[in-house]
Design a protein around this ligand. Structure first.
Ligand code: ADP
Length: 258
């Protein structure tokens, strides 16, 4: 009986993984299709075509990276977290996020004033942020704004995680969308929970975000007010070592992943 249960749990994990990847690919395809539509709408505008082609290429390259991750997983290689500055990563990632947000949504990225280094898997982080931006867009069918803000906070006296009081890098994604009633808010992190119509939502976006942030030693906070908007905050343990990975001694690098 236990073996059957274990097998069922394994199947569930595999289902969640493949579903999560399908969800990520779907987000990337949204960018690719949107980019190609943009090109077709302005066949004479070479500057616009170059800009859209750049976005399509970037999304396709990220898709290729995701496939590599899947291959790495099937070979049972753990993903290797790296020390990254969230400010720089989000700034580089802004054009792709803007494309995912769509033209009706104003995207604002506000980096922290000081370096915001964390140790995590950069592609997983990008997938998580893209999931949050797509959710924000879907919550604002008539347009609105989504603000991504990075802050460094010290929670020595705080209540986020008593075992690890900080410092944290907080990435918040705030939209001015329709918000969520309490019964939805309660269930958003459940895999496959979605209020979107068939074909639009898989219910895996926020469970990917949650799983990834927990794996990185962080916490997710969610506040939402119906008809006002939603704020998702990712508390990620700050890396006190501000030096980039390449400059670290080899031994320190090797002990990294779990
Ligand atoms: P999906 O987006 O595929 O439905 P998620 O796990 O990302 O899956 O989200 C689950 C549900 O949570 C959504 O269907 C939606 O009802 C709600 N939700 C998530 N993000 C937001 C948001 N920013 N504003 C309003 N509702 C949201």
């Amino acid at each position: 009986r236990e073996a059957i249960l274990r097998q069922a749990q394994k199947m569930e994990a595999v289902g969640q993984l493949t579903g999560g990847l399908a969800h990520d690919f779907n987000n990337l395809l949204t960018v690719i299709v949107g980019g190609i539509e943009g090109i077709r709408r302005a066949p004479q505008d070479s500057e616009r075509i170059a800009r859209y082609a750049g976005l399509v290429l970037e999304a396709a390259q990220r898709g290729a990276k995701l496939t590599q991750q899947l291959l790495a997983f099937s070979r049972r290689q753990a993903l290797q977290p790296k020390v990254i500055d969230v400010n720089a990563l989000l700034t580089d990632f802004q054009p792709l996020m803007a494309r995912a947000a769509g033209e009706a949504v104003e995207l604002c990225v506000a980096p922290a004033f000081e370096p915001a280094c964390v140790r995590l898997d950069p592609s997983q982080f990008e997938s998580a942020i893209l999931n949050l931006v797509v959710n924000a867009r879907d919550a604002m069918p008539n347009g609105g704004s989504v603000t991504i803000e990075v802050q460094r906070v010290d929670l020595r006296a705080g209540n986020v995680a008593k075992a690890d009081p900080g410092p944290y890098v907080v990435v918040s994604v705030t939209d001015t969308g329709e918000g969520m009633p309490a019964d939805v808010l309660e269930r958003v992190f459940e895999p496959f929970f979605t209020t979107k119509e068939v074909g639009k939502g898989t219910g895996l976006g926020l469970s990917q975000v949650y799983g990834f942030v927990r794996q990185s030693g962080g916490q997710v906070r969610l506040d939402s007010v119906v008809a006002r908007g939603t704020r998702v905050r990712l508390y990620l343990p700050a890396e006190t070592e501000a030096r980039p990975e390449a400059e670290r001694p080899a031994a320190a690098q090797a002990e990294g992943g779990h």
